[in-house]
Design a binder for this molecule. Sequence first.
Ligand code: GDP
Length: 304
Amino acid sequence: ETLDKGLEKSKTTFFGKLSKAVAGKSKVDDEVLDNLEEVLVTSDVGVDTTLKIIDRIEGRVSRDKYLGTEELNAILREEIAGLLSETHTGEDTDFVIPTDKKPYVIMVVGVNGVGKTTTIGKLAHQFKNQGLKVVLGAADTFRAAAIDQLEVWADRVDVPIIKQKMGSDPASVAFDTLNSAVADNADVVLVDTAGRLHNKVNLMNELTKVKRVMQKVVPDAPHDVLLVLDGSTGQNAFEQAKQFTKATEVTSLAVTKLDGTAKGGVVIGISDQFQIPVKYIGVGEGIEDLQVFNKYEFVDSFFK
Ligand code: GDP
């Protein structure tokens, strides 16, 4: 696609905004770089990552002062793919989990409303489809609705759920869940946890305790701490990533609600700033609307 064509959709997509930013310009000059900076920031790439990208492009301009805007598209793609490659070293295209850890324990964290329950349900569905034995743990005991919603997904996917009543100790639910998984010879466990950010110390204590108690059953659990972020919330997602990475060791990310939004830039900024790979992306409310993040497909879609 040429940058000219992008002008039609300049309001909505990154590519469109980029086209508008270079319209009528043949050389990458300071004005183009300023415009590009604005495009990246308004696409939720985040200020720090934007400056990093601009800096790299400036470096290329200084080595080639005749650099044309025609080449900008390709150069940006390269730079963005390069940034993503720092954290996305593998090229997973399927919902694979290591087979040498059984049960493989995924602790899922994130604030309410970001799509945590939905993501757990979608993942359970994918794993079950591969013939894996899945167990869910309802350790978000702070809200009754959280337990109920997880149960709806457990029924829908037809996997067992371990729960207690609202207000019970999350660590105790996690303990029961892992015991049950071990007893049933399950392959993968998804443990939902509460994400109340208003009290950082509580959050940290709770997550630490859940982990510690899990380790009484499965010594190297959790194998993955998956933070779910709402990709349509831009700076909020950054802020949540900051809080959760302070509270616990987050090992991977799921970015939801990337359908119907041109805000995919958040994926670039967050994986760069926190050096944590985005493993999954949510692209709708349906059970199949979860994808394994693929950096090449992502960069392609960003430029459409
Ligand atoms: P939780 O409170 O974090 O557990 O959030 P839920 O899983 O209950 O999701 C909150 C809302 O976001 C629900 O209406 C979901 O259907 C919706 N949702 C979750 N993931 C996605 C997604 O990838 N795309 C869209 N469009 N909606 C989503």
